[in-house]
Design a binder for this molecule. Sequence first.
Ligand code: AQP
Length: 332
Amino acid sequence: MQRVFSGIQPSGIPTLGNYLGAMRNWVALQHDHECIYCVVDLHAITQWQDPAQLAAQTREMAASLLACGIDPQRHILFAQSTVPAHARLAWIFNCVARLGWLNRMTQFKDKAGKDREAASTGLYVYPNLMAADIHAYHATRVPVGDDQRQHLELANDIGQKFNHDYGVEFFPLIEPVIMGIAARVMSLRDGSKKMSKSDPSDQSRINLTDDADTIALKVRRAKTDAEPLPGEPAGLEGRPEARNLVGIYAALSDTDLAGVLADFGGKGFVSFKDALSELLVAKLSPIASETRRWLADPGSVDAVLREGAGKAAALAGPIVSEAERLVGFLKI
Ligand code: AQP
């Protein structure tokens, strides 16, 4: 069975983008993989997080994952900062990765924005920590949204350079698992921008905890254009907002763009948006209520994370110790 690793930042409430791009694929992979899933709080502090909220957000993210169907009995769910192997290997990778490689990372440019000098150095080396997260388990498959493709290529470059520098075949190649039609869900306010949990505008995203009225309002206000929906996917060319909403509908109803347009082609956005809201509420409200159920007993979520940390440390500890030995650290 291949080993899967993936992580999500507790930097806010998970969005529909996180769900379609990652979380629901994590659940699907559990059937035929050994899965290790991580709430990546070390990654979250690469941008400012209120200390009073970070621990609560970490627990809430874990509750959302459990509500989506992550099975902590058969797989592993834990918080990144509770397993020191991640930070140990990340330091080695900071010394393996080249500045030129990191300079090409588009997510750093997006997240740092115009004031790059003020970005944390952690944000800059974020991809090295992500490579360490995966390689610490010798995981070979990583389910992510399309935005993470470049980071996974870098993780392979780092693993291969380590192998080459130390003359070993230690870190395996990683295969990105980018599933489904909604691997990149866009903002509801701007079809050229990714939907993000930390976007300042709550109207730009659907949160997995939104109630039915909030979902309906956000979808009604979602940016569209004046044309009716086309009959064929080619007609969505140059219409990013329409493409995004049709893609979300297709992903949630397990069909494709053509299937959705066969039903809605020629219709205006008012009736399509009503149908989309109904579908979103049907799919997301069971997750919201299951999340609330977990959070009503925070100790039960913490117990899952504690047990997961023990299992994760038992896997990653020996792999990272061996990497340290290969580097030449004194093992006493
Ligand atoms: N809009 C998206 N469409 C599809 N997939 C997405 N993912 C994130 N946004 C979308 C996928 O969700 C997983 C977890 O992401 P993350 O929390 O580790 O970091 P991120 O990609 O930076 O996600 P956000 O929501 O944009 O967080 P913030 O706002 O904190 O930066 C990843 O697999 C990602 O691909």
